[in-house]
Design a protein around this ligand. Structure first.
Ligand code: FES
Length: 251
């Protein structure tokens, strides 16, 4: 097949400042084998000219690992929230539509402020509390079954797909969201992390755990197939036990 004149058509939703009006720009670049959406954005940045020949500015976007590990390149591509680095051009209908996520404040163009996600990890103390100041010896054994479960939760890359798709979550509302709930469960399952279980569960209760409406969109879009439904169910069970213990004065 002659691919010499083959091109890729795409459009980007631009927004120059957090408060300015968004607008679309369309582009057309030469096709090459194995292009992904990040390579389209790189081409636009190198030669920022729209498909009607007007000079424009390079579109801003976040990306880092380029292998679906860091989550920073999450955006909406042809209407679906996903990572741009693994969105292969040959598998996408053209013109490819590229938009920023809608639930996070816009910084510029495709860059959004994902700070709320990282804050929510602080609320649930998403860590194992050891200070490493002195040798603590061998840690407790963790069964293979527990390791498998923890591995699944630990593959969360804080990308934001679950929050973007959740009808109950937005960056300025009460619901903490599935990503932080899953991380609370991850660290509550760890033999050492467990020491902060009560504080984590209280943080989930204080931050709208009960607001989840069980839409299950989060699990459907998670690129790492994290068991978000299982995590929410486990969190609700831990919250019920926590409230019962408080009622009985056992905290
Ligand atoms: S650049 Fe890291 S997930 Fe895409």
């Amino acid at each position: 097949m002659n691919t010499e004149n083959k091109t890729v058509k795409f459009k980007i939703k631009r927004q120059i400042t957090p408060d300015s009006e968004p607008f679309w720009e369309e582009y057309e670049v030469p096709w090459k084998p194995s292009l992904n959406v990040i390579t389209l954005l790189m081409a636009q940045n190198t030669d920022p000219i729209t498909n009607n020949g007007s000079k424009t500015t390079p579109a801003s976007y976040d990306a880092n690992c380029l292998e679906e590990v860091c989550g920073s390149c999450t955006m909406i591509i042809n209407g679906k929230v996903r990572q741009a680095c693994t969105a292969l051009v040959d598998k996408l209908e053209q013109p490819i539509s590229i938009e920023p996520m809608t639930k996070f404040p816009i910084v510029r163009d495709l860059m959004v402020d994902r700070q709320r996600m990282f804050e929510s990890l602080k609320w649930v103390k998403g860590w194992v509390p050891i200070d490493n100041s002195s040798p603590v010896g061998k840690g407790p054994n963790i069964s293979s079954e527990e390791q498998q479960k923890a591995y699944n939760f630990s593959s969360c890359m804080t990308c934001g797909c679950c929050l973007e798709s959740c009808p109950q979550w937005s960056s300025d509302e009460a619901f903490i969201g599935p990503q932080a709930i899953a991380q609370a469960i991850l660290f509550n399952t760890h033999p050492t992390g467990k020491s902060l279980e009560s504080e984590r569960v209280q943080a989930l209760i204080n931050n709208g755990l009960n607001i989840c409406g069980n839409a299950q969109n989060c699990a459907a879009v998670c690129p790492k197939e994290v068991d978000l439904i299982g995590a929410i169910s486990e969190a609700n069970w831990q919250a019920t036990k926590h409230i019962a213990k408080s009622f009985l004065g056992k905290h």
